[in-house]
Design a protein. Structure first.
Length: 135
């Protein structure tokens, strides 16, 4: 669920300083899982496809703007490198950028104000619509 993924992302954010490469691996897996689920909702049939295939499929359907798509493509390359080598490490600042990107992607699928929160709500209720929370 979206709630679980957002919680998991915050847990990974807390580990960046000590284990940035492990965080990157975990967050990239989380992004891939989330995007595969989004692609399946749009009739994507590639159950055994990788992140690059999912990105291409969703990109052609307007899921991302060009900047986000380019960032995801670059991170897909990093994910492939991480999968094939233990000699690669990720700097904490790059891991932070990845977590921020993942949070942005996940929150695009938010359906209520609770999903958008990063801290206590001051002006909206958790049951309010996304439009109300945003505006």
């Amino acid at each position: 669920s979206l709630e679980w993924r957002l919680q998991r992302l915050q847990q990974e954010r807390a580990r960046i300083a000590e284990h940035p490469t492990d965080v990157a691996r975990a967050v990239l897996a989380l992004i891939e899982e989330h995007l595969k689920e989004a692609a399946r909702r749009q009739n994507f049939g590639g159950n055994h496809s990788g992140l690059r295939d999912v990105l291409d499929y969703l990109g052609k359907r307007g899921r991302f703007d060009a900047r986000i798509k380019a960032q995801l493509d670059a991170w897909a390359d990093v994910r492939n490198c991480l999968a094939h080598s233990d000699m690669i490490s990720i700097a904490p600042q790059r891991a932070t950028e990845l977590v921020n990107l993942a949070e942005n992607i996940l929150k695009r699928d938010a359906t209520n104000a609770e999903h958008l929160m990063t801290g206590p709500v001051a002006t909206v209720e958790a049951r309010d619509s996304v439009a109300m929370a945003r505006d």
